[in-house]
Design a protein around this ligand. Structure first.
Ligand SMILES: *Cc1c(COP(=O)(O)O)cnc(C)c1O
Length: 414
């Protein structure tokens, strides 16, 4: 469900024509719908209403302060993977006691910042990290709450680059060594065992891998209990997929029911780390057609957004529907939609049925609200796009378009 719909052939975001925003803000820009973001949060979080839980939005999916603030105001927390994301989450008003910190490579400076801020839990991914955290917490005069990230060796059946819960992935600790490490953690002076965490991958479109992981975690938590180690939290990560094209991911209610069944009898507060499912279909990327060109084998539509603005097609061969901003039923042609970047991998769509277009037309790259702006870069010295949020019949620029001056900020000629 989202609030990007056509009225008389014109694409609207809530009650605002997308074309009007393009004229005022210029292109390319990311456009988010406030109503869609809050609806997605409420549906997801609400699906777990019967269970003690905390929904920690995975900040890396869409890191804008306005988005974080909105989820925070609805009772959400944050799942962060860097000091920068901690800074953002705190600035957005998310209380530290609703923040969990994931990732295999936390630096000492980042640990210090998070200990001093008083976050809910460090999701620790290795023995060395645990020992470093113990020392750093001691130096800060505090105690670090820890959930070891267990790798349940489950195949999430998603793109190889976004699978994280297989034994061969760099993430987490296998159950055998994890048990050992919990025993060790229980003896460390500056570590407090908070829970168990896991995250098996992203864009999952089936329930079974989650259920399988949960089953293994349950057995794991029982063996911890047998060792006298109690945990207060079970963090099952994120990963629920969305519909980009013809996928049919389970709705949050179905996911929640499966999780609730898997948790039955466990006395833990559930932590969830959804990213994509909250923001993916709540945002689009709006771009203007510059030129069209008929190559010997293909048609190309050259637009003013490139792989620096939206990396997913180049990085994961990801599909994004491309729809017209005006003229809903315009004929479609098979074409590549490409950006201005000097790379063959710079495409937003390949051999895809897209609206027949001419220079000046506006196109909407759909489902771009997760891993869109947050993965964008300045490659080819392109200022990053603006971000805009619509609420009802009004819109606000929530991140201004970067300028050329932004591009060289911090640089010096010696
Ligand atoms: C990326 C990530 C998430 C969010 O994944 P989605 O597929 O966007 O839901 C959650 N937890 C961790 C540890 C992650 O790395």
């Amino acid at each position: 469900m989202h609030h990007f719909d056509y009225r008389d052939g014109e694409l609207f975001c809530e009650d605002v024509p997308v074309r009007v925003i393009a004229e005022e803000v210029g292109t390319p820009f990311y456009l988010y719908s406030h109503a869609t973001l809050s609806h997605h949060f409420r549906v997801f979080d609400g699906a777990f209403a019967e269970i003690p839980h905390l929904t920690c939005f995975a900040v890396k999916a869409c890191s804008n302060l306005a988005v974080l603030h909105l989820f925070g105001s609805l009772g959400g927390g944050a799942d962060i993977v860097s000091g920068g994301e901690l800074f953002r989450a705190l600035k957005a008003g998310i209380p530290a006691e609703r923040i969990v910190y994931s990732g295999v490579g936390k630096t000492e400076a980042e640990m210090k910042y998070a200990v001093k801020s008083g976050i809910l839990s460090f999701n620790v991914e290795s023995e060395e990290e645990l020992l470093t955290l113990d020392r750093v917490a001691g130096e800060c005069g505090g105690r670090a709450p820890v959930s070891l990230r267990v790798n349940p060796d489950v195949d999430p059946r998603t793109h190889a680059y976004i699978s994280t819960g297989l034994a061969k992935n760099k993430f987490g600790i296998s159950t055998g060594p994890a048990l050992e490490l919990y025993r060790r953690a229980a003896e460390l002076a500056n570590i407090e065992i908070a829970g168990v965490s896991c995250h098996i991958g992203s864009q999952l479109t089936e329930i079974e891998p989650f259920v399988e992981a949960l089953g293994k975690l349950r057995i794991f938590i029982e063996s911890l209990a047998a060792d006298g180690i109690a945990v207060r939290y079970l963090d099952i990560g994120g990963g629920l997929g969305i519909r980009y094209g013809d996928e049919e991911p389970p709705p949050p209610a179905e996911y929640a029911a499966a999780v609730a069944a898997g948790l039955e009898g466990l006395d833990c507060t559930l932590i969830l780390e959804p990213g994509r499912v909250l923001t993916g279909n709540a945002g689009i990327l709006v771009t203007r057609v510059l030129y069209t060109k008929d190559g010997p084998e293909k048609k190309f539509i050259i637009v003013d957004a490139g792989m620096n603005d939206l990396a997913r097609p180049s990085l994961y061969d990801a599909f994004h529907a491309i729809d017209p901003v005006s003229g809903k039923d315009r004929p479609r042609v098979k074409a590549d939609v490409v950006g201005p970047i000097c790379e063959t991998g710079d495409f937003l769509a390949r051999d895809q049925m897209v609206p027949e277009s001419a220079g000046g037309d506006l196109l909407a790259v759909m489902s771009a609200g997760a891993y869109g702006f947050s993965m964008s870069s300045n490659y080819n010295s392109r200022p990053r796009a603006a971000e805009v949020m619509v609420e009802k019949d009004g819109f606000k620029v929530i991140r201004r378009r970067e300028t050329f001056a932004d591009l060289i900020r911090g640089e010096a000629v010696p």
